[in-house]
Design a protein around this ligand. Structure first.
Ligand SMILES: Cc1cc2nc3c(=O)[nH]c(=O)nc-3n(C[C@H](O)[C@H](O)[C@H](O)COP(=O)(O)OP(=O)(O)OC[C@H]3O[C@@H](n4cnc5c(N)ncnc54)[C@H](O)[C@@H]3O)c2cc1C
Length: 446
């Protein structure tokens, strides 16, 4: 007989970054109202904390978005990362993104918006951009580096440390965290979820928070929602009959440093580096070119992940479409790992950027590194009510960094006051002509 509660004030589904953060912040606020109330938050996961994308993410925390309302979300998120950097494994090393001249006006827009949102960043253009890069990495190939954005509050977090830190916070504030409890559907009466059906019985909850990551489309279907929708854009354009969810698979990998120093000129852990050169091909050291790819790469120091001094990063994900086999997830799924060409491509980008990485292909760590995500119609998160008593956090698979969404959502749920920071991500944007889409990048998550 399961001892799972049959009725709770708050039921959070999914113990990834968002479910853990939401449950922690809800329980903390409830405990502060009245000791003991934190246990009114039940957090369930069909597997265990970190079983989804949160457990396999690269861990980069950046604010490089053309979608300016995300700048505020990231400011709140860095506040949370910085509230306990040791237990979350957060390294505030900064984030440096590099583009060619065609991106300068985008960088200017982002720079202005980030600073207006209280997220300090510096912009360098032309000669200043090259000087800035070589001050950090003296061997940096600045030939194509026309603009640089340096986000000072950004950085990275080791995913497993972050999960352990969040689980600890949940336990500390009394969250009832249960692994192995799988939702298989929702009992609905009108617009209300009257029962969450699980493998251990049906749970009634005053408020349900669905943080299901790549499994969000399943929950969407169980809620009886349409797999298609029309997208209305601010310029009056309409894209009819679009897929509500599209799966993409990520291409990532790790490289041992093997004696090479990946430190800045002043011997520090370097900022996370992100380079998109839309007009530049990637060519390996032995002259092979990748005809379908241009230059898009990111890299961070990742000893905690590699298991030895090493770096981790990736490139643009690959679109799969509206269907994907989700289980087993992540590294356990052989269908969704990086393609054989990826290691050559990735190491070629590193070797092009810095002399120290020339020849690094032989140090590529050959192991599974992939994972898939469910992207929204405009590739921007959806944070909104999906039933009268159910809220969905669907981050379009770029939200490991968005740990602050759980804090904002918990405040909203406890106070009943809608969060202005979450409002732009409401579902209504698609019908009301506020679909996002203003991005000049070949990557869906910029
Ligand atoms: C390879 C890879 C690299 C990435 N790198 C970065 C990065 O560097 N920076 C960044 O910001 N983002 C990154 N992302 C994206 C980021 O990892 C995700 O956006 C984020 O972790 C999603 O968190 P989540 O809590 O929504 O979902 P998840 O972490 O997927 O958690 C969802 C949980 O819900 C549970 N669940 C699902 N359905 C049910 C059910 N029916 N019943 C019970 N439980 C259920 C699952 O078991 C899972 O544990 C990356 C993603 C991948 C795949």
């Amino acid at each position: 007989m399961s001892d799972l509660p049959q009725s709770v004030p708050y039921l959070v589904i999914g113990a990834g970054i968002h479910g853990l953060s939401t449950a922690w912040h809800l329980a903390m606020a409830l405990e502060q109202q009245q000791p003991g109330k934190g246990s009114g938050v039940l957090l369930i996961d069909k597997a265990a904390p970190g079983a989804g994308a949160t457990g396999v993410a690269c861990g980069c925390v950046r604010n490089l978005y053309m979608t300016s309302p995300l700048h505020t979300i990231l400011r709140h998120s860095v506040d949370v990362w910085q509230s306990d950097p040791v237990n979350f494994g957060f390294q505030q090393v900064g984030y440096v993104s590099v583009g060619e001249a065609n991106q300068t006006s985008d960088y200017e827009t982002m720079h202005k918006s980030q600073n207006a949102a209280g997220y300090p960043s510096d912009l360098y253009v032309g000669k200043e951009a090259k000087t800035f890069l070589q001050r950090l990495w003296p061997d940096f190939n600045t030939e194509k580096a026309d603009c640089v954005l340096h986000e000072r509050p950004s950085g990275y977090a080791g995913t497993h440390t972050a999960i352990a830190g969040l689980v600890q916070k949940c336990r500390q504030w009394g969250v009832d965290l249960r692994a192995g409890v799988e939702v298989s559907g929702y009992d609905m009466t009108g617009d209300q979820i009257t029962g969450v059906v699980t493998n251990q019985g049906t749970i009634r909850a005053d408020c349900v928070v669905i943080c299901a990551g790549a499994w969000a489309p399943k929950h969407w279907q169980w809620l009886g929602k349409s797999p298609k929708l029309d997208l209305h854009y601010p310029d009056g354009g309409i894209a009819e009959g679009q897929d509500m969810w599209t799966f993409w698979r990520l291409l990532e990998g790790e490289v041992y440093l093997n004696g090479t120093s990946y430190r800045t000129a002043d011997d520090k852990d370097p900022p996370v580096l992100h380079v998109e050169l839309m007009n530049t091909p990637v060519i390996t050291e032995d002259g092979r070119e990748f005809p379908d790819q241009h230059f898009y790469t990111y890299v961070r120091y990742a000893a905690e992940r590699v298991g030895a001094p090493g770096v981790q990063g990736g490139t643009i994900p690959i679109k799969l479409g509206p269907e994907a086999v989700l289980d087993p997830y992540g590294h356990a799924n052989p269908h969704y790992q990086a393609d054989p060409w990826f290691a050559d491509y990735y190491c070629a980008t590193l070797g092009y950027l810095m002399d120290r990485f020339k020849g690094c292909r032989r140090h590529f760590k050959e192991r599974a590194n992939g994972g898939i995500g469910a992207f929204t119609p405009d590739n921007v998160p959806i944070f909104d009510w999906v039933a009268g008593n159910a809220y969905m956090v669907a981050d379009s698979n770029h939200g490991f960094k968005m740990i602050g969404v759980g804090k904002l959502l918990a405040q909203q749920l406890i106070t009943g006051e809608p969060s202005p920071a979450l409002a732009p991500f409401a579902l209504g944007r698609y019908a009301q002509g506020r679909t996002f889409g203003d991005r000049n990048s070949n990557c869906p998550w910029v």
